[in-house]
Design a protein around this ligand. Sequence first.
Ligand SMILES: O=C(CO)[C@H](O)[C@H](O)COP(=O)(O)O
Length: 143
Amino acid sequence: MRIAFAADDENETTRAVVEHLVSGGHEVLDVRAEGVPWPGLGERVGRAVVDGAADLGVVMCWTGTGTAIAANKVPGVLAAVAWDPWIARGARLWNDANVLAMSLKRLAPDVAVEVLQAFLDVPAPDPDEAENIALLRRSVTNP
Ligand SMILES: O=C(CO)[C@H](O)[C@H](O)COP(=O)(O)O
């Protein structure tokens, strides 16, 4: 898969995430750029997904929340913060999340990789959730 990626800091966890993607045969579209702060990075990942340059996105910041909020401002993005594999799987399966957000400070490298893999392992959302997902995708400007 083509995965858009950005993080506003670099450490063992962010490196493990990128290495896991590359070793898993995924194409990593790294949208980091000098001087772009975390809100811009979240937006860049969201845009890459919505524009079709990437199939899914991964954003990381200290908390995971700021980049998730920024990504969610891009219409068509459903970004979810996950901190364990069950949450990540549920975000794909029941919410159709197309961007995974993780804390680069609070997740150990092996945990972040497990969370990421659980997200990637879901091929498609649960059809039983189609109505709820449609409601989730509806915005106040697009009722
Ligand atoms: O977790 C974050 C946003 O949710 C940021 O990573 C954290 O706030 C640090 O940002 P900065 O380096 O701009 O102070």
